[in-house]
Write a protein that binds this ligand. Structure first.
Ligand SMILES: C[S@@+](CC[C@H](N)C(=O)[O-])C[C@H]1O[C@@H](n2cnc3c(N)ncnc32)[C@H](O)[C@@H]1O
Length: 357
């Protein structure tokens, strides 16, 4: 058998030649490999989702096992009775591992539950580390996964906030934060909570944030807030989570003191109703104060461009105007069939009340 070495993205290199392996180089079932040999090989075949920050080229070069033969290889293990192995436990462990490797190769939506670690830059140049749980996905639960625009927005939050100093005083402009001026922030469609939890840790005691989503998403969102309790405690952050369904308008409009100084949303548009629902929700919950802001980031995928345009128009009709905007490129955390990165153009924007700008 060829010696194998794992590389950080879970693909394999041969030890001596750095050449791409074929599935035939792996221990074949007809040779009755030992249980240890099979488990080690299956462990080395583990793939994780790409990092959103990965460039378009790197992972393609490092993919060192030809993916075409792997599905058949894994299926041959699952189909084998593994009768030469000693125990049922060992056989079960090998079948489980082979099934997991197969589902990892069936696209991001087939992947099992996972924890992912995200590094969020701060204005001092240090990074905060957040861990998020992502349950396995079902088609209608898009909030169980972290999406590329929330990764990009959380990484730019420190600079977005610096450019609105009157709204979010940095520690240099407000050395002794006044508790009465604590910023009230709301995240809509928070999903796994990357943006809102990053914001909470970055702002510490100068803000409090309420992370919201649909009822089926909120339990995992709350779980993720709890997972990061150490970071949130260390940064003196105040985070709450709860249901806020954009399609259910509140029976009585919120009082001025219940409205929010800042509303955040990442990747919120994926149905024709969303622009109206989101714009109406923002209009209800955004404070009419001088410094109120909405910070949005979303992918510019062709199929959803009309919805992005629709949202822009609706926010404008409510009297909001863009203070700052830009585009940037991220990479989806899944690949094309040949292992290439999928670049996604994203649009970020900061909005305020036009008559007060
Ligand atoms: C594509 S996901 C983005 C999640 C997260 N912001 C991110 O970028 O990783 C869209 C989110 O909007 C939420 N959403 C969709 N319709 C909603 C509604 N009517 N009310 C509240 N949230 C909604 C979904 O549950 C989901 O979490």
């Amino acid at each position: 058998m060829v010696g194998l070495t794992a590389v950080p993205d879970g693909h394999l290199w041969t030890e001596s030649t750095d050449k791409r392996l074929a599935a035939l180089d792996l221990p074949q079932i007809y040779t009755k490999p030992s249980g240890t040999e099979l488990l080690q090989t299956l462990d080395l075949l583990t793939i994780k989702p790409r990092s959103f920050g990965a460039s378009a080229h790197g992972p393609v070069k490092s993919r060192a096992v030809d993916p075409t033969g792997l599905t058949r290889y894994l299926t041959s293990i699952i189909a084998s009775p593994l009768s030469w192995l000693d125990t049922d436990e060992l056989r079960e462990a090998i079948w489980d591992a082979a099934s997991a490797r197969l589902s990892e190769r069936s696209g991001r939506t087939a992947m099992p539950a996972m924890s992912r670690v995200f590094a969020i830059p701060t204005s001092s140049g240090e990074e905060l580390t957040l861990t998020l749980h992502e349950p396995s996905l079902t088609a209608d639960n898009l909030g169980m996964k972290t999406w590329v625009s929330s990764y990009l927005l959380s990484r730019r939050l420190h600079s977005v906030l610096e450019s609105t100093p009157q709204l979010v005083p940095s520690s240099s402009t407000a050395p002794t934060p006044n508790p009465d001026r604590t910023l009230r922030a709301l995240e809509l469609g928070a999903g796994t909570g990357l943006v809102g939890l990053s914001f909470a840790a970055l702002r510490g005691e100068t803000a409090r944030i309420h992370l919201t989503d649909l009822p089926e998403i909120v339990p995992n969102l709350s779980h993720n807030a709890a997972l990061n309790v150490e970071l949130l405690t260390r940064t003196a952050a105040t985070v709450t989570t709860g249901v806020l369904d954009w399609s259910a308008s509140p029976e009585t409009p919120p009082a001025a003191e219940e409205q929010y100084d800042l509303i955040l949303a990442a990747d919120p548009l994926y149905s024709p109703e969303h622009p109206r629902l989101l714009a109406d929700t923002i209009a209800v919950w955004l404070s009419r104060g001088l410094d109120a802001r909405v910070v949005l980031e979303m992918p510019l995928r062709d199929a959803y461009l009309p919805q992005v345009q629709d949202l822009r128009q609706r926010l404008g009709k409510f009297g909001l105007a863009i203070v700052e905007e830009g585009e940037e490129t991220g990479y989806d955390d899944w690949e094309t069939a040949d292992g290439a990165a999928v670049a996604v153009r994203c649009w970020w924007s900061v909005w305020g009340w036009s008559e007060k700008l």
